[in-house]
Design a protein around this ligand. Structure first.
Ligand SMILES: [Mg+2]
Length: 239
């Protein structure tokens, strides 16, 4: 039996998107917003006096596209880009993967139909959900691109059907830390909810700051629908 504690009014919430609030589908581009989710997030954000942030691997403009017209406090690109409640945006000073790597990867993945490459500001993500047999090859490719250039500040991280070349030390924990220092997050208990490897940095930071990290698999049986129901329950209760 899985269980998450009920949301309390003195919490601040840090929520991952894909696989946490939104069901994972065939590819990141086919995603759709579940009915009622945006309404729930807005009501809950109000009840928590604004202390609700989206912390995702997606770029900020994609978070905004999905949650538009609302602009949430956010940690985008796994914490490399932070948007504070004031609207101010902070960008990590970190080494980005060189442009030439995109060319190499784009060329190579043609061999694996279904695999796709996504260029973000701070990272390169290679998705293979539609080319599951290519997993080992995609991993080797990502590692060899990083390894050959010996860029010690960049590393390959694993996610759900994705390998991503990202700056080391720039994590979702950074988003939790920076936002927790800002109003209205300051002084509240940070609670991070996520489903994937990069979320574990966010959970760890929330715990370090006296809060809670909830893994969708453990606390919600792996079901984003149960995360949404949990949020809605609190939004309804707090009204
Ligand atoms: Mg996720």
């Amino acid at each position: 039996m899985y269980s998450a504690p009920e949301i309390e009014r003195n919490w601040s919430l840090f929520l991952d998107l894909d696989g946490t609030l939104i069901d994972i589908v065939r590819s990141p581009n086919e995603i759709y917003m579940p009915e009622g989710l945006l309404d729930t997030l807005i009501r809950l954000r109000n009840a928590l006096e604004g202390a609700l942030a989206i912390v995702s691997g997606r770029p900020l403009h994609e978070i905004d596209r999905l949650l538009g017209p609302h602009k949430f406090s956010a940690g985008a690109e796994h914490g490399a880009v932070i948007r504070y409640p004031t609207g101010e945006v902070d960008r990590a000073k970190a080494l980005k993967p060189p442009e030439s790597w995109m060319e190499i990867i784009r060329e190579r993945i043609r061999e694996w139909p279904g695999a796709s490459v996504e260029q973000k500001d701070y990272s390169i993500a290679i998705h293979y959900r539609l080319a599951p047999d290519a997993e080992d090859m995609v991993r080797d490719l990502a590692r060899s691109v990083v390894g050959d250039d010996n860029k010690a500040d960049l590393s390959v991280t694993t996610g759900k059907k994705v390998f991503e070349i990202r700056p080391k030390g720039v994590t979702k924990g950074r988003a939790v830390k920076l936002l927790t220092d800002a109003e209205p997050f300051r002084g509240r208990m940070p609670v991070f909810v996520g489903d994937d490897v990069t979320d574990e940095d966010g959970m760890r930071m929330a715990r370090e700051l006296g809060g809670i990290g909830l893994h969708v698999a453990d606390a919600f049986g792996g079901e984003p629908a149960l995360v949404r129901a949990w949020l809605k329950r609190a939004a309804d209760l707090f009204e």
